[in-house]
Write a protein that binds this ligand. Structure first.
Ligand code: NAI
Ligand code: 15L
Length: 265
């Protein structure tokens, strides 16, 4: 058990899930976001912090022996907010980790780092990145920061290219990309319990029949997703029209993000 686990982005969708489901990993959860975090339970510390604030992030990381980094812009946006949260924020986080004992990090990367690969292509951890927008580019940058700090300083990170982490898949594409919250929690547990983590790229998807991604290079972590989106297929078929086969959501792994333009400031 860790003494203090930092969860960034704790006011967000996955952050709220992590806040509820990760207390067993540490004596104290330090929860951080730029947004409102409500009130603290006895095992919680709440710290409002902008990831773009270097001194603030340094203080945030001090005293933590693990980090689940969920904070940042999580969809396509204009450059300035992406740069502040996902570019400057990643650099600030890794510099803080370097200064404070190199706590192990789980980094929420995204399938949008490889979003322009076709859905007919099966990818493993060695696949070239093909970001599908500025958001995807920022995740590629984040992965590069994690890799460089590992090679140069030995900083360990689980780079998780999350597919679609939500209670249920919302469309047919998500039959491939769906990651159940329970499987994500199991992955975070494995990342902190592994004797040696290194800096693996892990595709964050459940054990879906429709899968595109191969996690065999990360099997040493012992993570075996247990859920499968197939149980939602009949309901999706009944509720939703099948998208046209040449629509972005049917062609590319990143789905509709590939059709987004550059957002004006
Ligand atoms: P979210 O948008 O609900 O949560 C992100 C949180 O980060 C928000 O509470 C927001 O206030 C905070 N944030 C934004 N800018 C910030 C800044 N400058 N400083 C401090 N905090 C800031 O996103 P969600 O769905 O919870 O995702 C969490 C992480 O997982 C994100 O990094 C996202 O890119 C990644 N991810 C999520 C997926 C999903 O299916 N939910 C899929 C792939 C990646
Ligand atoms: C992401 O990166 C987003 O954060 C999330 O909101 C979903 O849209 C997910 O990817 C997805 O591709 O389904």
């Amino acid at each position: 058990m860790m003494k203090r686990l930092l969860i960034t982005g704790a006011a967000g969708g996955l952050g709220q899930m992590a806040r509820a489901r990760l207390p067993h990993l540490a004596e104290t959860l330090r929860l951080s976001d730029i947004g409102d975090l409500g009130s603290a339970a006895p095992h919680e510390e709440l710290v409002q912090c902008d990831l773009g604030d270097k001194a603030g992030v340094d203080a945030l990381v001090a005293g933590c022996d693990g980090i689940v980094h969920l904070g940042g812009i999580s969809v396509e946006d204009s450059w300035t907010p992406i740069r502040t949260a996902n570019i400057d924020g990643m650099f600030n986080l890794y510099e803080a980790a370097r200064a404070h004992g190199q706590p192990r990090i789980v980094f929420a990367s995204s399938n949008h780092a490889i979003g322009f690969h076709r859905q007919t292509t099966h990818l493993d951890a060695s696949a070239p990145t093909r970001p599908d927008g500025l958001y995807g580019v920022s995740k590629v940058f984040g992965e590069a920061i994690a890799s460089m700090y590992h090679d140069k300083f030995g900083q360990e990170t689980a780079i998780v290219r999350i597919g679609s982490c939500r209670p249920e898949p919302a469309d047919h594409r998500m039959l491939a990309t769906w990651l159940s919250p329970a499987d994500f929690v199991r992955l975070i547990e494995c990342a902190f319990r592994a004797p040696v983590l290194g800096c693996p790229i892990i595709y964050g998807a459940s054990d879906n029949d429709a899968a595109w991604w191969d996690n065999s290079a990360a099997r040493y972590l012992g993570w075996r997703p247990r859920d499968n989106s197939e149980k939602f297929r009949a309901d999706l078929d009944a509720r939703l029209d099948r998208p046209a086969p040449d629509a972005p959501v049917s062609r590319y792994q990143g789905g509709v993000f590939t059709a987004d333009s550059i957002h004006e400031e």
